[in-house]
Design a protein around this ligand. Structure first.
Ligand SMILES: Cc1ncc(COP(=O)(O)O)c(C=O)c1O
Length: 391
């Protein structure tokens, strides 16, 4: 098609004008956004924490650990201390127990006990988090999971376990001296697994493995070898206090045994929920909870809405670091509930019950030490796992 010269010149002029305007608008937009981003660099996307988001990882186990240490703004401003929470809820299974489950399974593999894809099953007695982590890692590595749990935990934990393909066995909460207590039962189930009636093993290398998080030192090592060095590096060794609760005690002992020799003035505090005997064990070397007093004893030994911490017996993993714990704080359910609501309101931080207990105790430590100190605590899991009970 041929156009008269004057119309062709007009068309060329219009087209080049539009292109120039698109290019210049683009340049202006780029200039505008880049300057705004520069001006607002404090609120712009910050670089990811080392090891998270900066490398390609292999499989679900590659997502475990290297969690950020976050400054909890509201508590830091209120106390004049720097209160830091290790964001363990960012682990793929939603809690710090991913580290423990992975290390327990790896150690059993290294010892030649567990071999994948032969029907071997991992058994554990747990209030939920460790079970969820075991179920997830068992799937990823070619094992089955059998989880024995008290029947009074938050409903979403049972649902999660079932969705992850674990066999879930719910039992009444009873004392540790009862054979049907969830940990005792998991041990028995593991020992019976794969045996036919005459006691013979059905398949030579298929085993039932009892993870035994309370007594298994692979739990302690998971924190000694990874969580603790991470905290040391993230704070560059500049921390004055560590404060956290204990269930198995693996986290408390692992962190304390690694950090105390490296930071000589570090103080370690136990945060204990109501009904737990550990507070008295740390303070007076006597395992005793007021709820055990004659005439006051209630249905559960550790009677609290808090899940995951608080226990009335001395476990191997707690014992490993017990002597290095300086002091303890008791935290009531009411204080934990109030703290959890406060953190959502002020920081948008939606936490589970044990993390709320840790934060209450962190504030008490801040008040005891005075402004200017650095306090580290653990944010073990998110409130999403506690919707039907604590929340
Ligand atoms: C949510 C949650 N927080 C904290 C803990 C306590 O950690 P540890 O067993 O290392 O004492 C547990 C233990 O089960 C837990 O499930």
């Amino acid at each position: 098609m041929s156009l008269p010269n004057d119309r062709r010149d007009l068309l060329i002029g219009l087209l080049s004008g539009s292109i120039l305007s698109i290019v210049s608008t683009g340049a202006l937009c780029y200039y505008y956004y880049s300057t705004r981003l520069l001006q607002n660099s404090k609120t712009a996307a910050s670089p990811p924490a080392a090891g998270r988001g900066s490398v390609i990882v292999e499989g679900v186990d590659g997502l475990i650990g290297n969690t950020p240490l976050m400054k909890i703004r509201s508590l830091s401003e209120a106390t004049g201390c720097t209160i830091l929470g290790k964001a363990e809820f960012l682990n793929p299974g939603g809690s710090s127990k991913d580290r423990v489950a992975l290390n327990i399974i790896r150690s059993a593999e290294e010892d030649g006990i567990l071999k994948p894809h032969n029907g071997s099953t991992i058994f554990e007695g747990t209030v939920g988090s460790t079970g969820i982590s075991i179920a997830m890692i068992a799937r990823a590595k070619g094992y089955k999971a059998w989880i024995v749990m008290p029947d009074d935990q938050a409903q979403e934990k049972y649902q999660l376990l079932e969705k992850l393909g674990a066999h879930v066995e719910k039992v009444r909460p009873v004392s540790i001296i009862d054979k049907k207590q969830f940990v005792n039962l998991a041990r028995v189930r593991a020992s019976q697994f794969g045996k036919v009636d005459d006691g013979q093993q059905k398949l030579s290398d298929m085993v039932g493995y009892f993870a035994d998080q309370f007594e298994n030192e692979a739990n302690f090592r998971a924190h000694y070898q990874a969580t603790a060095p991470e905290i040391h590096q993230q704070t560059q060794g500049r921390l004055d206090a560590l404060v956290l609760g204990a269930g198995t005690g693996g986290t408390l002992s692992g962190l304390t045994c690694y950090l105390k020799p490296r930071i000589p003035n570090l103080k370690v505090f136990l945060a204990d929920p109501q009904g737990s005997g550990l507070y008295n064990k740390v303070k007076f070397n006597t395992m005793y909870a007021p709820t055990e007093k004659e005439g006051t004893r209630r249905r559960h030994q550790v009677d609290t809405v808090v899940e995951g911490i608080g226990v009335n017996r001395l476990t191997r993993n707690f014992d490993l670091g017990r002597q290095l714990v300086d002091d303890a704080y008791r935290v009531t359910d009411e204080e934990a509930v109030k703290m959890s609501r406060f953190l959502v309101r002020e920081d948008g931080l939606f936490l589970g019950s044990s993390s709320a207990v840790n934060c209450v105790a962190a504030v008490r430590v801040a008040k005891q030490l005075g402004p200017g100190h650095v306090i580290v605590t653990l944010l073990n899991d998110s409130g999403q796992r506690h919707l039907t009970k604590f929340w």
